[in-house]
Design a binder for this molecule. Structure first.
Ligand SMILES: [Zn+2]
Ligand SMILES: [Zn+2]
Length: 274
């Protein structure tokens, strides 16, 4: 029987939150692990990626596929701390869809992780790394019937939404993105239609959104509206605002429980089997 699991390694937006008051939902920034049979896929390299080896079941897998939604700091800051990059045994396949105006993902990573920001040049990391730049809307076919569809999101400097399809199951990773009030984003709705798991940028609430227009983020209520419009089975509230400590998240969770439908707040370390 085939296996398709999704693990939340980092659920926070903007900056890691380490204080006690963030322990229940978690403080690491964005990183999602998907294991499909023996394949290992990672989405974003926020501080959560540093914990990936604790969670990966197939530790012998040599090939690791890493997909970037975009490269804002909270989505890349954990990358050099991911120990698999320091192993000559590992083959990394790194994908991005927003970097062509900046010379591509290889150029970006080699420029970013170098002196004086980082003591070792990215090109000297021991792992074997291949790079793939694609355009929003492209589909990426991995081996064994894993197909990844993509779309453009509405975010400063761009961002990419992903849908991973395998054996009649699918999971969608949609962060960071901003909606327009009163309008369903049809690009996202089309990508996530009928999916089993929809992970969504829920940085704000509909109330706090009003004073954060143009910041490139959405709300948990919009996540609910999108999931209803798109016949989604299960929705994960994600990219939590550092302003929302556990108490604030608990209050949101209470409101969600009155909404009906399968909507939950993603917690660091949580694993979903599709
Ligand atoms: Zn972010
Ligand atoms: Zn961002």
């Amino acid at each position: 029987m085939s296996q398709f699991s999704v693990t939340f390694l980092g659920v926070r937006g903007t900056v890691p939150c380490c204080e006690k008051k963030y322990q229940e939902y978690g403080g690491h920034t964005s990183c999602i692990l998907m294991e499909i049979d023996d394949h290992v896929l990672l989405f974003d390299a926020g501080s959560g990626i540093a914990t990936a080896n604790q969670y990966i079941k197939n530790k012998a897998q040599k090939n690791i596929h890493l997909f970037f939604s975009h490269v804002h700091l909270d989505h890349i800051l954990g990358l050099p701390a991911y120990e698999a990059l320091w192993s000559e045994q590992k083959n990394f396949h790194i994908y991005a869809g927003t970097l062509e105006p900046y010379g591509g993902i290889q150029c970006f990573l080699e420029k970013t992780f170098s002196a004086p920001l980082f003591p070792i040049d990215f090109k000297n990391f021991p792992a074997n790394i291949t790079y793939l730049d694609f355009n929003a809307g492209d589909s990426i076919q991995l081996s064994d019937g894993i197909k990844i569809d993509t779309c453009a999101l509405n975010h400063p400097n761009g961002a990419i939404g992903y849908r991973v399809n395998y054996n009649h199951k699918s999971a969608c990773y949609i962060t960071d993105t901003e909606h327009k009030i009163g309008e369903i984003d049809h690009t996202i709705s089309t990508l996530i239609y009928n999916t089993d798991l929809f992970i969504y940028d829920s940085t704000f609430t509909d109330d706090s959104y009003k004073s954060h227009k143009g910041w490139g983020h959405s709300t948990w209520q919009e996540g609910c509206r999108l999931s209803q419009a798109s016949n989604v089975k299960s929705t994960a509230i994600f990219h939590h605002d550092p302003a929302h400590d556990d108490k604030a998240m608990q209050a949101i969770e209470k409101q969600i429980s009155h909404m009906g439908g399968d909507v939950f707040i993603a917690r660091q370390g949580q694993q979903i089997n599709l």
